[in-house]
Design a protein around this ligand. Structure first.
Ligand code: HEC
Ligand code: HEC
Length: 199
């Protein structure tokens, strides 16, 4: 297996002297995941606020996200460069690791009234795919409840401006909420709602 450049870089930067024999071995999924910890936190629960927590998401979601980054999709700031350093097998191994870690919802401030208005939008337009108030790990759509608010806000802005391509049916629903209350209000309400779901 091709060892990743990033893994090697991190190990060298960390001053670890590893023999060629170790490099030739398949790195364990936890060892691979350690190279992500600087930004995504130990085991994937990020200290935020612009870096998403990546624990508990489904394997499919994880793999799709990494492949999209490898193809320069999704308007990433850093992940396109990072994702390109990994093979399919390594991504698979990391998907196993992160999806098996417990998602820690981040308690953040939110405005109760704005969150209530967000609930109305979410329930009508988003709940179908982001089930259980955005908590569900089963729908391969990421976890929104208790995800870092700046990251959620930024993702919604990217989708709504077309910088990140939303799945077709989701795009329709985003258009629907924007039509109802305008882009800015829709984003604030939804962001407050997902922050209110951190339990
Ligand atoms: C330099 C900081 C940094 C490092 C190192 C990093 N990430 Fe990221 N990651 C981010 C940021 C920031 C985002 C949001 C997208 C972007 O702007 O690139 C992100 C997004 C993601 C996402 C998408 C999450 C979602 O909810 O859609 C996944 C999956 C991910 N990273 C996996 C990894 C893995 C696996 C590694 C280690 C191999 C890693 N990241 C290393 C900063 C980092
Ligand atoms: C038809 C199913 C569907 C509907 C409806 C839907 N989504 Fe999504 N959503 C997805 C899928 C699938 C993804 C996975 C990422 C991608 O493909 O870009 C996603 C990703 C996201 C993300 C990014 C998560 C991350 O970690 O990067 C946000 C934010 C989001 N959706 C918000 C919403 C909101 C708000 C609504 C309602 C207005 C909504 N979605 C409606 C399917 C849906």
């Amino acid at each position: 297996m091709r060892q990743s450049k990033i893994l090697q870089g991190v190990l060298i930067a960390g001053g670890l002297a590893l023999s060629g024999a170790v490099f030739a071995a398949t790195p364990s999924s936890e060892m691979l995941a350690n190279t992500c910890a600087g930004c995504h936190g130990t085991h994937g629960n990020s200290q935020g606020p612009a870096t998403p927590t990546i624990t508990g998401i489904s394997k499919d979601y994880f793999i799709d996200a990494m492949q999209a980054y490898q193809n320069d999709e999704g308007n990433p700031t850093v992940m396109n460069r990072i994702a390109k350093g990994y093979t399919e097998e390594e991504i698979q191994a990391m998907a196993d690791f992160f999806s098996s870690q417990k998602f820690v919802a981040h308690k953040q401030e939110f405005n109760v009234n704005t969150a209530k208005r967000g609930y109305i939008l979410h329930n009508k337009s988003c709940e179908k795919c982001h089930e259980d108030g955005g908590r569900s790990k089963e729908d391969d759509a990421g976890i929104l409840a208790g995800q870092w608010s700046p990251y959620v806000r930024w993702s919604l802005q990217d989708y709504m401006s077309g910088k990140r391509e939303a799945p077709k049916k989701m795009k329709k629903k985003l258009d629907e909420v924007v039509e109802q209350v305008g882009q800015e209000k829709a984003i604030e309400r939804l962001v407050n709602y997902y922050a209110s779901q951190a339990d």
